[in-house]
Design a protein around this ligand. Structure first.
Ligand code: GRF
Length: 221
């Protein structure tokens, strides 16, 4: 467990725009998320998410996979930065690359991902496009723990988004992103509060301390 007197330290992995990273940074800044982003790492040196991190004064590294012998060598470099910044949880936010067991084993049940569909429906790199093409009337957002299989792993929380008959990829993406930007910080806050655990691949979310029945004080009977 992370030390309760310290803020939860997040290492965020991005590949692109980083709007989810921004939502997490904003939630940390306003105090709705009791955590800090300690490091941001991208697998593309020109990922805009790196600029968002630097603007917030957070160490940001763009690593180029082609400069490494293989996926494990790349993830060794990612792990180096995560460990150096004493990260508690790894947060994939639009990270379009599979993490290897090197990172998953280093952070057991501590690597999160966000996906733009109600998993297990529409996994893969084109969750929104595939939902539109399938003609379904509802899609959504999933936050889950990552495991060895892309877009699988224990689901923490999902939120549905209705698809309108006149939706384009752009209009749907806009509403899905708006949901993502609330859902990811919300899940991270539950983790920061120590309320999320995994038992037999099932996620258990405990009620807040304030709503739990008081323990009887046996010394006062
Ligand atoms: C999000 O839709 C997320 O669900 C998916 O990639 C997108 C990343 O967007 N995994 P951003 O980079 O956070 O703006």
């Amino acid at each position: 467990m992370h030390k309760t007197h310290d803020k939860l330290k997040l290492g965020v992995l991005v590949s692109g725009s980083g709007s989810n990273l921004q939502a997490i940074l904003d939630a940390c800044a306003t105090g709705t998320l009791d955590a800090q982003v300690s490091v941001v790492i991208a697998n593309k040196p020109d990922a805009y998410g790196l600029e968002r991190a630097r603007a917030a004064g957070i160490p940001a590294y763009g690593l180029t996979p082609q400069n490494y012998a293989d996926a494990v060598a790349f993830d060794t470099a990612v792990m180096y930065e995560l460990l150096r910044h004493q990260v508690d949880y790894v947060v994939m936010a639009g990270y379009m690359r599979k993490v290897t067991s090197h990172i998953l084993d280093g952070f057991p049940n501590r690597v999160l991902n966000i996906h733009p569909s109600m998993l297990p429906a529409f996994p893969g790199a084109h969750g929104l496009r595939d939902a539109l093409a399938a003609g379904v009337t509802t899609t959504g957002v999933t936050v889950h723990f990552a495991n060895e299989v892309f877009d699988e792993g224990p689901i923490i929380m999902q939120e549905a988004v209705a698809i309108r008959p006149d939706d384009t990829l752009e209009s749907l993406a806009e509403r899905v992103h708006a949901v993502e930007h609330v859902l990811y910080p919300k899940v991270l806050q539950l983790i920061a509060q120590g309320r999320v655990s995994v038992e037999d691949s099932t996620v258990i979310i405990s009620p807040p301390l304030s709503s739990r029945a008081p323990t009887r004080d046996l010394t006062r009977q």
